[in-house]
Design a protein around this ligand. Structure first.
Ligand SMILES: CC(C)=CCC/C(C)=C/COP(=O)(O)OP(=O)(O)O
Length: 566
């Protein structure tokens, strides 16, 4: 159908997002040019493969025997904890999950026998964090012994940079009402900051990185890339472990480039410049986003499918937020509700193109799922897409009516439109064989974990976008709605919203605790990963998705394109 006829008024103007262009033209061309080469070439030679496998088995041996040359030899218990931490931070723990789990459980039993935990802060905090990371029950009472009679943290801790840093990382895993960890957060952060001028280069880099981005908030590949460089500077580093981590990083990078070349071909055929020139071109950023959700090789197909989903969602978002007229959006929403090729007839051509792409992406996923006997799961993905566009449509109505709803009314819709229910559900759908319907049912009911993730996504996005979205004609955002309802200044509003963000993180920590058969750790972790990438890209207060920066580009290059020097 013709746009102008539908509009009924040839003069009406479409809004423009004035989005910055893609920063990746060169990389995209190279991926397309090399795609056959990338696909046909083996990842590595047989010899390299053998070397890699040998190193992996040596690392496994280090884990399961008592003898390692990793860290402090006089203290085997601490040595083992440090080894597990290092393996995790180098991004290779996914090879040794069962070994790590078994060791941590035995260390936990030891901790319980010790009644009150360890004397050394680093050891106590590290064990606490490693256990919480895996969802195991461990109480923060073990830190009471680090307080003096006045209830303050002991003076002696003030010189212990390693202990303070470990305590700081552990405190990032705190739940609501864990007062000692709340105090620890402030205490450790301020002590570490004040120590910075007196630390050597190695420790000062370690501390600065942690204060900027604690482990709990770091996506795996970003953490691994940074830690590989840092670990190399550690005079106590284990050469086998370091070599294995570097090879592993580069091997995964090659896999990611293969995946990217498949997505790049799809994206090129989709022909955004002609069919959707109004939409943001963020193919590489979207892949990076999804890579943060799952980096493991076994989720390769899931990564490709979900990257296609997020690219389509991004175009749909731009249709609702900027390009579409309200009467067109009524039709678009209706067609998506009907979810059938016959429902495309009523749409203007640009919407029709988008609609067909959407159906196409989902039918490809369904085809793949049916090979795994999981085709039923596609209905969860589709119904979450419908829920998302219902929310987009509500927001479009607010925009056209210039309505600023009250904060609660706004948040009800904006949590859905954040995409942080839709994308996590789709991330599981795309995982196919690994996920059960019971898990999808659980997520469909919007549990607290999804709510908290959506709060973080929505508030961070709105804080970053508040001025800029206004220029696009969007008045309703969490900041504006809160100010209007409570009569607060912008500064007071931001303080309040940041409190809500901190609370949502505590909900995330609590909900990732105690996994069950319906909500196993690998599922909970996906949602945590969605939150981590949001935090990484939006923490600076800039919407790094809509307005990409050089810093963001360099980060992506370091993960996806630059090999780690061996
Ligand atoms: C498609 C992606 C990357 C989804 C993740 C959510 C997100 C932060 C989108 C940014 O777009 P936006 O600022 O335009 O979002 P909104 O329109 O919801 O405010």
């Amino acid at each position: 159908m013709d746009d102008v006829l539908l509009a009924g008024d040839s003069k009406r103007q479409r809004r423009s997002g004035n989005f910055p262009p893609s920063m990746w033209e060169e990389h995209l061309q190279a991926l397309l040019a090399n795609s056959d080469d990338l696909m046909n070439k083996e990842n590595s030679s047989e010899q390299e493969e053998e070397h890699y496998e040998r190193l992996k088995e040596e690392v496994r041996k280090m884990l399961i025997t008592n003898e390692t040359d990793h860290g402090d030899k006089s203290n085997p218990y601490r040595q083992k904890l440090d080894l597990i931490d290092t393996i995790q931070r180098l991004g290779v723990a996914y090879h040794f999950e069962s070994e790590i789990e078994a060791i941590l459980l035995s260390l936990r039993m030891e901790l319980e026998e010790k009644d009150g935990g360890h004397e050394e802060l680093h050891k106590a905090a590290l064990l606490f964090r490693l256990l919480r990371q895996l969802g195991h029950c461990v109480s923060c009472d073990m830190f009471n012994k680090f307080k003096d009679q006045d209830g303050d943290f002991k003076k002696s801790l003030q010189k212990d940079v390693q202990g303070l840093l470990s305590f700081y990382e552990a405190a990032n895993y705190r739940f609501h009402d864990e007062d000692i960890l709340e105090e620890a957060m402030n205490f450790t952060a301020s002590q570490l900051l004040s120590m910075l001028p007196n630390l050597d280069n190695f420790w000062s880099t370690k501390v600065k990185q942690a204060l900027k981005l604690p482990i709990q908030k770091t996506p795996s590949r970003v953490g691994a890339r940074r830690f590989i460089s840092l670990y190399q500077q550690d005079i106590l580093h284990n050469t086998i472990l370091l070599k294995f981590a570097k090879l592993n990083f580069n091997m995964l990078q090659r896999l990611y480039q293969n995946e990217l070349s498949i997505i790049a071909k799809w994206w090129k055929n989709l022909d955004r410049p002609k069919k959707f020139p109004f939409a943001r071109d963020r193919m590489i950023e979207n892949y990076f986003w999804i890579l943060a959700v799952y980096f493991e090789p076994k989720y390769s197909l899931a990564r490709i499918s979900l990257s296609q989903v997020i690219n389509v969602v991004s175009i749909v978002d731009d249709i609702y937020d900027t390009y579409g007229f309200l009467d067109e959006l009524v039709l678009f929403t209706d067609s998506i509700e009907r979810w059938h090729i016959s429902a495309s007839d009523q749409l203007p051509s640009y919407m029709n193109n988008c609609y067909l792409e959407m159906l196409n992406v989902y039918s490809k996923i369904e085809e793949r799922l049916s090979n795994q006997g999981k085709s039923n799961q596609i209905s969860y993905g589709i119904s979450s897409m419908k829920e998302l566009v219902r929310a987009y449509f509500e927001e479009a109505k607010w925009m056209y009516s210039k309505d600023v709803p009250n904060f609660e009314e706004y948040m009800k819709v904006a949590l859905m439109s954040s995409t942080y229910k839709m994308l996590p559900i789709n991330s599981l759908v795309c995982m196919g064989e690994f996920v059960t319907e019971a898990t999808l049912d659980w997520m469909d009911k919007t549990p607290l974990l999804i709510r908290a993730a959506s709060i973080i996504c929505r508030l961070m996005d709105d804080i970053a976008d508040s001025e800029w979205a206004k220029e696009r004609g969007q008045d309703a955002s969490a900041v504006e709605c809160y100010m209007k309802q409570y009569g607060t200044s912008k500064q007071e509003t931001l303080i309040e919203l940041r409190k809500q963000l901190a609370n949502a993180w505590k909900d995330i920590n609590k909900e990732c605790f105690n996994p069950t058969s319906v909500t196993p750790m690998f599922v909970l972790e996906r949602i945590l990963n969605f939150v981590r990438i949001m935090h990484l890209l939006y923490e600076s207060g800039n919407d790094a998705y809509t307005n990409p920066t050089k810093e963001g580009k360099d980060l992506i290059i370091s993960i996806l394109f630059d090999r780690v020097p061996l």
